[in-house]
Design a protein around this ligand. Structure first.
Ligand code: AMP
Ligand code: ZN
Length: 502
C-alpha cells in the first residue's frame, strides 16, 4: 500500500515534530478533552474540536483505523484549574436554580448542535464523567497507597512521587504558572485533589461514597480514567487546548505514571500517551476569549448574524492549529467568501459531471484515503494529491492543503469523475461539506433582518426594469431603499451574487 509522506505531528511533551508510529499497527487511538457543560461553548472552545476533528480525519486519510473519544465533563471541574474555587456545574445550577443534571443535559445538547453545525465527525464515544465514578474510585484506590495523602478536604496527589512532574508545562519552579492554591497541609503547591470531600454539614447535588468520605472526583482523575479505560495505556494521541498543557495534562500524566508504574518521561509513552497535542487559542483583539466579557461569541451568534457556521470552520483551517488566531468579523466574512468560491467551483464540477451523463462518484470501501487516490487518479491529478498529502502530513498544514484544493477546482479540462473523487478525498480531511453544500445554503438571513427574500426579489425585478428603461434615478432609489433595510445590491459581482446582507 502506498502511504505517502510519513505523518509528522508536533508532540508538546518533547516540543518536537515526530513521525506518527501507532501503538497498535494500523490503528490510531485518540482522546480529546471535552467541554465542561456548565455554559454554552464559545467559538474558541470549538476551535479545539475542529482541530481534533481534522486530526482524526487526517489519520483516516492516511489509512489508520481511528478510535476517537471525547469526554463530557459534568462534575469535578472547578472554577480555577489549579484546584481552587467551586465546582463549575454546582455553581451554574445554583445560579440558575436548576438541577445539575438538567444543566449538563442542556449544555451538552447545545455543544452537540455546534459539533454538527461545524461538520465535526461523531467520535466513537462521548464519555460522560459521571458514568465512570466506579472506575475512578478503583483508579484512586490503586494509586492512593504510594502516591496520595489525605487531608480534611480530600485525597491529594503528591507530585514528588513521580518522575519529571510538570515536564509538559516546562514549569521551572513550583511557583510557575500560577498554580498555587494554599490548602492547609498540602505537601507541595502543585499537589492536587483527586477526590474532593463534601465539607461537613453540606450536601452537594452530585456526590458519591468513597473510602475518603462522601464527595466528588477531581477533574484530572476523570480524564486519566476515561482515556485509559476506553483506549488502553499507552494510547496514541491526547489532545486539548494549549491551556491544558499547564495544569490539567501534567496532572493527568502524573496519575497515569502512578497507575501504570512507569518512570521517566524521557520515554514519552510513560505518560500514558505517545503524543500530546495542543491547539493554540482563538483570541479577540481585546485578549483572551471569555464567556463573561463583552459579546459572548457563540456559534449561534455567528449564524444569527448571517454567517454560515462552516465559514468559521474555514477560518480555523486557514490558520495552523499551533498558531494563535485572532477573531474578527472581517476575517469571518473573508472566510465565507472563500468558502463560497469553493462551493461554486464544486457545484460547477458536479454539474459538468452530471451533464456528461457519468455515474455518480462513490466513496471507496474503507473511506477516502491517500492510497486509493494514488492508485486511481491519472497522471495529471496525482501531483496535486501528493501536494495535498505532503501538506496534511506536515503537522496538519491545512492552510496549504486548502490552496491545493483550490488549485484542483480551478482545473477545467480534467475528467470530472477524477476531479470529484480528488475533491471528495481532500474534503474528507478538511470537512467543508463540498460534496453537497450549495451556494443557496450558504446564504443565511440574519436573525434581525427586516426584509423578506420575496421583497428583495421584487425589488431586484423593479430595479432591472428601471435600468432597462435607463431610469437610473429610480434604480438608485431602489438600491438606497434596500440598503436602508440592510441589503446591498451588488452590480457585476464576480461571484454572480445579486445581493447580500450588509
Ligand atoms: P472547557 O470547556 O473550558 O474545558 O474547554 C474546552 C476546550 O476548549 C479545551 O480543550 C480548552 O483548552 C479549549 N479552549 C478554551 N478556550 C479556547 C480558545 N480561546 N481557543 C481555543 N481553544 C480554547
Ligand atoms: Zn481532560
Amino acid at each position: 500500500m502506498i502511504e505517502g509522506k510519513p505523518l509528522t505531528l508536533f508532540n508538546s511533551l518533547t516540543r518536537s515534530a515526530e513521525h506518527f508510529e501507532p501503538v497498535h499497527p494500523g490503528e490510531a487511538r485518540v482522546y480529546s478533552c471535552g467541554p465542561t457543560v456548565y455554559n454554552y461553548p464559545h467559538i474558541g472552545n470549538m476551535r479545539a474540536y475542529v482541530f481534533a476533528d481534522v486530526l482524526g480525519r487526517a489519520l483516516s486519510f492516511k489509512g489508520f483505523r481511528l478510535t476517537h473519544v471525547i469526554n463530557i465533563t459534568d462534575v469535578g471541574h472547578l472554577t480555577d484549574d489549579a484546584d481552587a474555587g467551586e465546582d463549575k456545574l454546582e455553581k451554574a445550577a445554583a445560579a440558575q436554580s436548576q438541577s445539575i443534571w438538567d444543566i449538563a443535559k442542556h449544555y451538552t445538547e447545545a455543544y452537540w448542535a455546534d459539533i454538527r453545525a461545524l461538520n465535526i465527525r461523531q467520535p466513537a464515544e462521548w464519555s460522560v464523567a459521571t458514568d465512570y465514578i466506579e472506575p475512578m474510585l478503583e483508579f484512586a484506590k490503586a494509586i492512593a497507597p504510594e502516591h496520595c495523602y489525605e487531608l480534611d478536604s480530600g485525597l491529594y496527589f503528591d507530585v514528588s512521587t513521580v518522575a519529571d512532574y510538570g515536564r509538559l508545562a516546562r514549569a521551572v519552579t513550583d511557583e510557575g504558572e500560577g498554580r498555587i492554591e494554599e490548602v492547609e497541609g498540602k505537601r507541595h503547591p502543585a499537589d492536587f485533589a483527586i477526590w474532593r470531600k463534601t465539607p461537613a454539614g453540606e450536601t452537594r447535588q452530585m456526590e458519591w461514597d468513597s473510602p475518603w468520605g462522601r464527595g466528588a472526583p477531581g477533574w484530572h482523575l476523570e480524564c486519566s480514567v476515561m482515556s485509559g479505560k476506553l483506549l488502553g495505556f499507552p494510547f496514541d494521541i491526547h489532545t486539548g487546548g494549549i491551556d491544558h498543557r499547564e495544569i490539567h495534562h501534567p496532572n493527568e500524566i502524573a496519575q497515569n505514571q502512578a497507575f501504570c508504574h512507569t518512570g521517566s518521561l524521557d520515554e514519552a509513552d510513560h505518560s500514558g500517551a505517545k503524543l500530546w497535542m495542543h491547539n493554540n487559542f482563538l483570541v479577540e483583539r481585546s485578549g483572551k476569549m471569555s464567556k463573561s466579557s463583552g459579546e459572548f461569541l457563540r456559534l449561534q451568534l455567528l449564524i444569527d448574524k448571517g454567517y454560515h457556521p462552516l465559514a468559521y470552520r474555514m477560518m480555523c483551517l486557514q490558520a495552523h492549529y499551533r498558531s494563535e488566531l485572532e477573531f474578527s468579523w472581517d476575517g469571518l466574512g473573508a472566510a465565507l467568501t472563500r468558502l463560497k468560491r469553493l462551493v461554486m467551483a464544486a457545484e460547477a464540477a458536479r454539474a459538468r459531471h452530471a451533464q456528461g451523463g457519468h455515474e455518480p462518484v462513490v466513496e471507496p470501501e474503507g473511506g477516502w484515503n491517500f492510497a486509493w487516490l494514488h492508485d486511481h487518479l491519472g497522471g495529471t491529478l496525482r501531483p496535486l494529491v501528493i501536494r495535498f498529502d505532503d501538506a496534511i502530513s506536515d503537522d496538519l498544514n491545512t492552510a496549504v492543503a486548502l490552496t491545493v484544493l483550490e488549485d484542483l477546482l480551478s482545473l477545467k479540462k480534467m475528467p470530472s469523475g477524477e476531479v470529484l473523487a480528488a475533491m471528495a478525498a481532500m474534503d474528507a480531511v478538511l470537512g467543508l461539506g463540498l460534496a453537497s453544500l450549495t451556494r443557496a445554503e450558504l446564504r443565511l438571513r440574519p436573525k434581525d433582518a427586516q426584509v423578506s427574500e420575496a421583497e428583495i426579489d421584487a425589488a431586484l425585478v423593479r430595479r432591472k426594469e428601471a435600468r432597462a428603461a435607463r431610469d437610473f434615478a429610480t434604480s438608485d432609489a431602489i438600491r438606497d431603499e434596500m440598503a436602508a433595510k440592510g441589503v446591498d445590491m451588488m452590480d457585476g459581482d464576480p461571484l454572480g451574487w445579486e445581493w447580500r446582507l450588509g
